[in-house]
Design a protein around this ligand. Structure first.
Ligand code: SF4
Length: 63
């Protein structure tokens, strides 16, 4: 699973980190980033839910 966060689009709403805290966290500026070591998001069924929860669709998940 590839997870892409468009930091140019992210507004730091934090919904991703709330929805899938084992994969998403927030950097010092509040923008989304992936938890170190969880870059592939493997095994977390909440990743797609987090992508859906993002209010600005900054998260892309493939495939
Ligand atoms: S939910 Fe979207 S806007 Fe909010 S921190 Fe995550 S990627 Fe950024």
């Amino acid at each position: 699973m590839d997870i892409l966060i468009d930091k140019g689009v992210c507004i730091g709403a934090g919904q991703c980190a709330l929805t899938a805290p084992d994969v998403f966290t927030q950097d010092d500026d509040g923008f989304s980033e992936l938890v170190p070591g969880r870059e592939d998001g493997a095994g977390s069924p909440l990743v797609r839910e987090a992508a859906r929860a993002c209010p600005v669709s900054a998260i892309k998940v493939a495939p």
